[in-house]
Design a protein around this ligand. Structure first.
Ligand code: ADP
Ligand code: NA
Length: 332
């Protein structure tokens, strides 16, 4: 049996959104409070699978680290580091490129979304990304990976890679990692279109709440969020054909740390004209202190670099023996 260990990561490929916060970072903080080792990464090697301006990448990596800390990830309690500083990720990633099958990679829906119509122009890295993600996770023998719904397929691929490696080499070396996708925040949708996920790459800034938005921007975006003219019904189930309404209730529940049923019990009968100001108050109350703390932390980039370097040392201490043993198993 494997000791329970949590790993997750976020790409420093742009500003953090409310989706990243509710689907990932907020849950990193929940796991940190339990008696389990937690490892949280800035996955800059994933970010460069699409072009990143070097200066912007450096800044976004620090900003992401500031976002983790401001939201409650404590570098004394969790290992927090930048992927490229622990070379073992790339080394295990190569071995997993040789384990993963082309047929498996061809089924990855995120590649199809991100590469778009002109997949011939996508980088080889974008295609191989899920094998590197498997290495990120399995390099620590992580048993649990808190992620948003969009990452479920990649964690399943991680299990396939672990199983094939164990089978091909006749070992029981890599664990079957569980994706942990739970709570109301696992799939936060665009504020402009309830069929699209909220994303930092959406061209419309009004479609998302950024973790750096101030109170006015948050209020304006929520007031303008697409809804419908019906009042809120008695049950969450009754919202199944109202994706925009459903999304705002989900966001409310996730921010309030309660269930969608509890929100419905409180809000049934209210029009959006009444519900939205309550959501604005809650969102500003929860998010504004984080954005203030992020700007404060960003005033001392050297301190952020120091924290990440310390985290990389701790990560390497776990990763190096696991990579060493992998090499032995493979015959290298
Ligand atoms: P993005 O999808 O914003 O480019 P990443 O791919 O780095 O960001 O994802 C980082 C984490 O944030 C993942 O666990 C992902 O599932 C989660 N996440 C991203 N967008 C959302 C969303 N709209 N709702 C819930 N979780 C999300
Ligand atoms: Na994602």
């Amino acid at each position: 049996a494997f000791t329970q260990r949590v790993f997750s990561g976020i790409q420093p490929s742009g500003g953090l959104t409310l989706g990243n916060y509710l689907g990932a970072i907020k849950r990193f903080v929940d796991w940190q409070a339990r008696d389990i080792e937690t490892i949280y990464c800035m996955v800059d090697m994933h970010a460069i699978t699409v072009w990143q301006d070097p200066e912007a990448l450096r800044k976004q990596t620090r900003e992401l680290a500031a976002g983790y800390i401001a939201a409650g990830v404590d570098p004394a309690k969790s290992i927090m580091f930048n992927q490229s500083q622990v070379a073992e990720h790339a080394q295990l990633g190569w071995i997993f490129n040789c384990v993963a099958r082309l047929g498996w990679m061809n089924r990855m829906t995120q590649f199809k979304d991100k590469a778009g119509k002109n997949a011939e122009k996508a980088s080889l890295g974008l295609y191989a990304y899920p094998a590197l993600m498997a290495a990120d996770i399995l390099l620590y023998h992580a048993t649990h990976v808190p992620v948003g719904e969009d990452q479920k397929q990649h964690v399943e691929l991680t299990r396939d890679i672990a199983a094939k490696f164990n089978h091909d080499y006749g070992v029981d070396f890599f664990p079957m990692t569980d994706p942990v996708i739970e709570g109301a925040g696992t799939r936060v949708m665009s504020l402009r279109d309830g069929s699209k996920k909220m994303s930092k790459s959406d061209p419309s800034d009004a479609s998302r709440i950024n973790m750096t938005d101030d109170a006015d921007a948050i209020a304006k975006k929520i007031r303008k969020a697409k809804t419908d003219p019906e009042p809120l019904p008695e049950t969450f189930e009754a919202l199944k054909d109202r994706p925009e309404a459903r999304n705002l209730v989900n966001i409310y529940a996730a921010l309030a740390e309660t269930s969608t049923d509890a929100v419905m019990a409180e809000m049934a009968g209210k029009q959006f004209g009444e519900f939205k100001p309550l959501l604005v108050d809650l969102a500003v109350d929860r998010l504004a202190p984080i954005s203030t703390e992020m700007s404060r932390l960003m005033q001392d980039p050297a301190e952020i670099d120091r924290i990440l370097a310390g985290g990389a040392d701790r990560a390497r201490a776990i990763a190096a023996p696991i990579l060493q043993r992998t090499y032995e198993i493979v015959g290298m």
